[in-house]
Design a protein around this ligand. Structure first.
Ligand SMILES: [Fe+2]
Length: 135
């Protein structure tokens, strides 16, 4: 069974962004599966790097629309993205230097952050994006 599942409540009414959110969920699942079968650290490190790279692309997509549409909660939302990048960056550094291991706690953090962010902050731009003709 997959560690994380997409549910329709995650939808923000924009195909491009829903697709990216699904990809992020898939990548977290891929990392979880790789850890579960005891993959080596270099394999896990590679997946972590891909996940971070993709998260940055995704954040840039959202933030590009915020700027384009002059979205009112842009600053708070960007701050959540910034904090996440900082936290995950620290984790990546710790993982690469062998000071932090990939644990259930890390997965719970990723899962909770993504779910809370999608059903919280992301849902707030739904109306703004729709009004600006994005779908
Ligand atoms: Fe977001």
């Amino acid at each position: 069974m997959a560690f994380m599942k997409w549910i329709d409540d995650f939808g923000v009414g924009v195909e491009e962004i829903d697709h990216q959110h699904k990809d992020l969920i898939n990548m977290i699942n891929e990392l979880f599966d790789a850890m579960s079968v005891g993959q080596a650290n270099d394999v896990l490190g590679e997946i972590i790097n891909n996940l971070i790279r993709y998260a940055v692309i995704h954040f840039d997509t959202e933030e590009g629309y915020f700027d384009q549409f002059d979205y009112e909660f842009s600053e708070d939302h960007k701050e959540e993205h910034r904090k996440f990048k900082e936290d995950v960056g620290k984790f990546k550094e710790g993982f690469e230097t062998g000071n932090i291991v990939l644990s259930m706690e890390v997965f719970k953090f990723l899962k909770n952050w993504l779910i809370n962010h999608i059903i919280g902050e992301d849902q707030k731009y739904k109306e703004c994006f729709r009004e600006n003709g994005l779908q």
